[in-house]
Ligand binder design. Structure first.
Ligand SMILES: Cc1cc2nc3c(=O)[nH]c(=O)nc-3n(C[C@H](O)[C@H](O)[C@H](O)COP(=O)(O)OP(=O)(O)OC[C@H]3O[C@@H](n4cnc5c(N)ncnc54)[C@H](O)[C@@H]3O)c2cc1C
Ligand code: SF4
Length: 468
C-alpha cells in the first residue's frame, strides 16, 4: 500500500486583523470552518501509540475525536472529548496546547503538530450550535451531600463528576458569577463570557446547585457546612490574592493589581462605563509589570480601553516569558511595547498623588534559579525613567487566604497554599479535599481540572466507604 504523504503545514486559524481587533472586545481567533476542521483532522496519521494523549493532563482520546472530525461526525467528536473534559470550548481556547498535547504530536518533529486545541474548540462550538447538549443519565441519588467551594475549573470539574455519580452537589461561589478566573480574569477577546456561562449551565443540567455571593469562611465556615449535613467538602478557591513588588510609590493612585484591573473590566464591565457603573481610570500611558498570561491580558485590555501606549515591563527576556506564545505574539501584533530585562524600582507620583513616572533598572541573566530559569541580576547604574500614568502589577497571585485562616486544623504550606495529596486531593482534615490553584499556586485551567477529577474519584470512594 502506498505510504500516506505527510501534510506538514497546519491549516491556519483565521484571526481578526490587529488594527481592527484593538478597537473591539470580540474574539481574536475566529476558529475553524467545517472544511478547515476536516482538512486539519485529515493531517493526523492516527499513530498506533498516540503520544498526544500522554501530553493531555485529562487524557482525552485525541486520535479518536480527530477521526470523528474527519468523518464529519462533529457532534460525535464533541461527545468523545466530553468523556474526559467537561469544558472543551474553554480548554480549546485557553489551554497551553503548545506545551501539552501538541508538543508531543509526532508531526511536530517534521512540521506543524496537529492543531488539537482548535479542533477541540470547533467540535465544542459545533455541538452547542447544532445539537442538543447531551446530558448523561444520572444514577439514582446516593443521598450524600457534597459542598464545593469555588466555581473555577477545579470546582466545576468536581461538581460535574460528583453529580454524574448521583451525589447531591452544591457549589458555593464568593463572586456574583460562576467561572473563577475564566470570568473575572481572562478577557472576552480570548474567552467569551457566553461560553463560560454555557459550560456553567451544563452544571445545572447535571443537577448541580450553585449559590453565588456566598463566601465560605465568612457566610459559613467549612465546619458549619459539615454541621449542615454536607459529608464532604472540596476547596477550589484558587489563587486570587494579588502580589505587589513592595517598591516605593506602589500606593500611588493609578497603581492597580492585575486582579483588580481585570475583574473591573471583565466581570464588572468597566469598559461599558457609564452603562455599567464600574469605572477604572483610563489614561494615556500604561505600564504592565510581568510576563505571564495575566500580564498579557492586562496589557491588551489597556489598549482596548483606549490607552495610547502600553508598555510591558519584564525582568527576564522574551524566551523566559511564562505567557502562552500565541498570546505574546498577539500582544506584539497589537502594538504592546515590550521592555525585556527591565525591573521597576520606584513609582513616582505627582503633587496630587497620581502616578507620573516609573523608575526602572536594566537586568542581565545569571545562572538558573530554583524555577529553572536564568536569574535576573540588576545592572548597577542603568536606571532610567518611563513616563506612565497607570501601572498594573501582574507579577503573580497567591492562594486565597480566607479558608486557610478560618478552618482550624487545615494544614497550610509556606506560601499559604492548602496542603493536599496530589493523587487524591485529601487534606489534613477528614472529609475535606482541595485542588487547583489553592494547592499548586497559579497554574493552568487544565491542571485545575485534572486535580478536580482526581479529587472527585477519591471523594466518591470516601463517601461510599468513609475510609480516610
Ligand atoms: C488573567 C489570567 C489569565 C490566565 N490565562 C490562562 C490561560 O490562558 N490558560 C490557562 O490554562 N490558564 C490561565 N490562567 C490560569 C488559570 O485561569 C487558573 O490556573 C485556573 O483558573 C485555576 O482554577 P481554580 O479552579 O483552581 O481557581 P479559580 O479559577 O481561581 O477559581 C476559584 C474560585 O473560587 C472563588 N472563591 C475564592 N475564595 C472563596 C470563598 N472563600 N468562598 C467561595 N468562593 C471562593 C473565587 O471567587 C473563584 O471564583 C490565567 C490566570 C489569570 C489570572
Ligand atoms: S500524535 Fe499527532 S499525528 Fe499522532 S495521533 Fe496524536 S494528533 Fe494525530
Amino acid at each position: 500500500m502506498a505510504k500516506k504523504k505527510l501534510l506538514l503545514d497546519k491549516i491556519p486559524v483565521k484571526r481578526q486583523a490587529p488594527k481592527e481587533r484593538v478597537l473591539n472586545w470580540n474574539e481574536v481567533a475566529l476558529g475553524y470552518s467545517e472544511e478547515d476542521a476536516v482538512n486539519e483532522a485529515t493531517r493526523c496519521i492516527m499513530c498506533k501509540k498516540s503520544q498526544c494523549i500522554d501530553g493531555c493532563p485529562v487524557e482525552i482520546d485525541i486520535p479518536g475525536f480527530i477521526d470523528l472530525v474527519r468523518n464529519r461526525d462533529f457532534v460525535g467528536a464533541a461527545r468523545k472529548v466530553k468523556e474526559k473534559n467537561i469544558l472543551p470550548a474553554i480548554c480549546g481556547r485557553v489551554c497551553p496546547q503548545e506545551v501539552q498535547c501538541q508538543e508531543t504530536c509526532v508531526l511536530g518533529k517534521k512540521g506543524d503538530p496537529i492543531s488539537i486545541g482548535t479542533l477541540e474548540r470547533f467540535v465544542a462550538d459545533y455541538e452547542a450550535k447544532n445539537a442538543e447538549i447531551e446530558v448523561p443519565e444520572i444514577p439514582p441519588s446516593t443521598g450524600k451531600r457534597v459542598a464545593v467551594v469555588g466555581s473555577g475549573p477545579a470546582g466545576l470539574t468536581v461538581a460535574g463528576d460528583m453529580a454524574k455519580l448521583g451525589h447531591s452537589v452544591t457549589v458555593f461561589e464568593a463572586l456574583h458569577k460562576p467561572g473563577g478566573v475564566l470570568v473575572y480574569g481572562i478577557p472576552e477577546f480570548r474567552l467569551p463570557k457566553t461560553i463560560v456561562a454555557r459550560e456553567c449551565e451544563y452544571m445545572g443540567k447535571l443537577g448541580v446547585e450553585l449559590k453565588t455571593g456566598f463566601v465560605v469562611g465568612k457566610t459559613r465556615t467549612v465546619e458549619e457546612l459539615f454541621e449542615e449535613g454536607y459529608e464532604a467538602v472540596f476547596i477550589g478557591t484558587g489563587a486570587g490574592l494579588p502580589r505587589f513588588m513592595k517598591i516605593p510609590g506602589e500606593n500611588h493612585n493609578g497603581v492597580y493589581s492585575a486582579n483588580e484591573w481585570l475583574t473591573r473590566i471583565n466581570l464588572m464591565k468597566a469598559y461599558r462605563f457609564p452603562e455599567y457603573d464600574t469605572p477604572i481610570k483610563v489614561r494615556n500611558k500604561v505600564a504592565v509589570i510581568g510576563g505571564g498570561n495575566t500580564a498579557m491580558d492586562a496589557a491588551r485590555t489597556s489598549l482596548r480601553l483606549g490607552a495610547e501606549v502600553v508598555y510591558d515591563v519584564y525582568r527576564r527576556s522574551r524566551k523566559e516569558m511564562p505567557a502562552r506564545i500565541e498570546e505574546i505574539e498577539n500582544a506584539e501584533e497589537e502594538g504592546i511595547q515590550f521592555n525585556f530585562l527591565v525591573n521597576p524600582v520606584r513609582i513616582i507620583g505627582d503633587e496630587k498623588g497620581w502616578v507620573k513616572q516609573m523608575e526602572c533598572i536594566r537586568m542581565e541573566l545569571g545562572e538558573p534559579d530554583e524555577s529553572g530559569r536564568r536569574r535576573p541580576i540588576p545592572i548597577e547604574g542603568s536606571e532610567f525613567k518611563l513616563d506612565v500614568d497607570i501601572v498594573v502589577v501582574a507579577i503573580g497571585q497567591s492562594p486565597n487566604p480566607l479558608i486557610p485562616q478560618s478552618t482550624p486544623g487545615l494544614e497550610v504550606g509556606k506560601w499559604g497554599n492548602v496542603v493536599a495529596d496530589e493523587e487524591t486531593g485529601k487534606t489534613s482534615m477528614k472529609g475535606v479535599f482541595a485542588g487547583g490553584d489553592i494547592v499548586t499556586g497559579e497554574a493552568t485551567v487544565i491542571l485545575a481540572m485534572g486535580a478536580g477529577r482526581k479529587a472527585a474519584e477519591a471523594m466518591d470512594e470516601y463517601l461510599r466507604t468513609k475510609k480516610w
